[in-house]
Design a protein around this ligand. Sequence first.
Ligand SMILES: [Zn+2]
Length: 293
Amino acid sequence: MTNRFAELLGERAPVFDGGYGWLLQERGLPPGECAEMWNIEQPETMSGLHEEYAQAGASVLTTNTFGGTAPRLAMHGHEELVEETNRAGAALAREVADRHGILVAGDIGPTGELLEPMGAMSADEARELFAAQLRGLLAGGIDLVLVETMSDLAEATLAIEVARELAPQLPIVATMSFDTNLHTMMGVAPADAITRLSAAGADVVGANCGRGPEEMSVIAEQLVAARPDGVLVIAQSNAGLPHLEGADFVYTVGPAELGEHARELRDAGVDVIGSCCGSSPEHTNAIRAAVTA
Ligand SMILES: [Zn+2]
């Protein structure tokens, strides 16, 4: 069975880039500030980070649009800028990707609101939030859609449905964060995630963020065991769990260790590997070396 993401990736190494949030803070984004605004206000800094990940060997660059839905932007008073922040974020990654002959994943994160009946957001409202974000991403030029760090299967499914409607030609990658006893915060197990999200239309399903490589290995095993035919598995671990050192959060898993982890994931049947919080281009470099060795 052909997989749309595999076809698009072609001969490129199956390696995604790593985290952006803490790198942006290292480059001067004050904690708690709106990362997506830097697509507009600090485009050179954002382009520079994409460039570093491209040079480190990533085949897929992720747009800096995790919090690009209206409720997330509203936390910073920027809910009017959904189209603009997403279009700018996609265009920045697009330019760098084109220089390197690599791909751009349009990043869609959770809305931050709970769906009915647990919360106040209706399915139609969620659809409209994701559609508005995706229209901006498409205008900026993306190659695939990345629905990431989801906890709620229903919310992830809605985002995938919107992507299939608005961009039926683009592959969809969907990840959940299994950070609570090997389940998502909402109680979803890896096997259920890969079954349901691939049925909804995702070409690649997996896990991102979480509690570090050790747990990621267990989660990956469960994903691989439950994968339907033709669906690829992705894993993007954090560089461990952050702990406070003085005033700074420090991640403890270095590039060599995450590279070793990537090799284990690949040997366990994971198809696509990246990294998440606390990782940097040096981690991507080690992952690339490990999976192409
Ligand atoms: Zn993360």
